[in-house]
Design a protein around this ligand. Structure first.
Ligand code: AMP
Length: 380
């Protein structure tokens, strides 16, 4: 099915071709016509499914002819859990919005950076992508009004709830007009998400995209049994002997992320850490350099394991296991997407053995294990 059959305008069809989007992904095939018909949508889909373009394109179509905003009243509100997702989503709006004849202004706002430039930039904004806390601050300061929005999007609603944004979200819902379109996307459908659905969605079109088994099979998984003190040398051995040019390493704490990145640098491996204690500027820059290939190694906490789209990531290494099997799947889901194979490697200390078995059981897949005792780590 070509994009053209979904009712998108020629300008958007051309922009899609320019972005090498040749065919709509399943979620887009279903979401685009439904959203263009002004239906509410409940999308159960992961990052990587193409959900962003699935709502961005029809929202842009619906906005045509209605882009005049009065006095800082935005037309569309997209709520997201993290700054990174805010930036990523706004980029998609800007890319496709820029292709339209009518000018559409998109802005991403999030906490952790100064509020004044955001207040000023809010003039004339049509599409606002925001994290809940900062949005409330901006509303309070009367820098933006949400009482006229036509469409509300909750992206990664499950994560927003997990991150404790429930109260902020309820406060925001109260400020929205009763009559509006609601689009809710979530990787999982737990009780919390269901409750939100019941509050905000009106007779929604339900779209469920299962994590594709094919994609999962593209990821080759490997585990190394290794003592805690040998994790550092083994990590360097793996990076150097595999000549890894782009690898995302996960740790379970901010302290450990910094520590692993430091040790790599001391051993001549270019690496940087990204986590919640870094300034927004440092996070953006680290991610940009990593995506562009300038920085080969990024050490991260689970903060960025969801929501951030890095295409064709060849390697993910779990320096430490995440607590939840779901997070493990999200972490390794960074690799092996879009028909490019990837490798996910886990370094398993004796204390983590049992937990790794639980993860594998949940995943329904057994990972080949290698005993690092047989590897000569001397000099690494
Ligand atoms: P998302 O799930 O929205 O984060 O999208 C995952 C990735 O797929 C992004 O890098 C998109 O640029 C890409 N993408 C989305 N839709 C398509 C499509 N129809 N064809 C090719 N790539 C796409």
């Amino acid at each position: 099915m070509p994009f053209a059959s979904l009712g998108l305008s020629p300008a958007l069809i051309k922009a899609l071709a320019d972005q090498n989007y040749t065919q709509p992904y399943p979620i887009q095939q279903e979401a685009i016509p439904a959203i263009m018909k002004k239906r509410d949508v409940l999308g159960i889909a992961q990052t990587g499914s193409g959900k962003t373009a699935g709502y961005v394109l029809p929202i842009l179509m619906n906005l045509q002819g209605k882009t005049v905003t009065k006095n800082r009243h935005v037309n569309v509100l997209v709520l997201v859990p993290t700054r990174e997702l805010a930036m990523q989503v706004s980029e998609v709006f800007i890319t496709f919005g820029g292709a339209l004849p009518e000018r559409v202004k998109t802005l991403a706002v999030f906490g952790g950076v100064s509020i004044n430039p955001q207040m000023m930039a809010l003039q004339g904004v049509n599409i606002l992508v925001a994290t809940p806390g900062r949005l409330l601050e901006l509303i309070e300061a009367k820098a933006v009004h949400v009482s006229d929005i036509e469409t509300l999007v909750l992206d990664e609603a499950d994560k927003m709830l997990n991150m404790g944004f429930r109260e902020e979200m309820s406060l925001i819902f109260k400020l929205l007009p009763k009559k509006r379109q609601n689009l809710l996307f979530s990787a999982t459908l737990n009780d919390d998400v269901t409750r939100i659905n019941q509050i905000i969605l009106q007779n929604p079109v339900i779209i469920k995209i299962e994590q594709e088994v094919d994609t999962f099979d593209l990821i080759s998984q490997l585990g190394y049994f290794v003592s805690e003190e040998n994790k550092g040398p083994l990590l360097r051995y793996l990076i150097k002997t595999n000549d890894m040019k782009q690898v995302l390493i996960f740790t379970s704490s901010v302290y450990k992320a910094d520590n692993v990145a430091d040790k790599l640098r001391k051993n001549g491996v270019k690496a940087t850490a990204i986590h919640s204690k870094k300034s927004q500027g440092a996070r953006t820059e680290a991610l940009r350099k990593f995506k562009s290939g300038e920085m080969p190694v990024l050490v991260a906490t689970d903060l960025i394991s969801r929501g951030i789209d890095i295409q064709f990531l060849p390697y993910v290494i779990n320096y430490e296991l995440p607590r939840s099997p779901k997070d493990y799947i999200h972490r390794i889901g960074r690799t092996g997407r879009a028909e490019s194979p990837g490798e996910a490697i886990s370094l398993i200390s004796p204390e983590e053995k049992h937990h790794f078995r639980i993860i594998q059981k949940k995943m329904g897949k057994w990972v080949t294990m290698i005993d690092s005792e047989n590897i000569n780590l001397h000099g690494f």
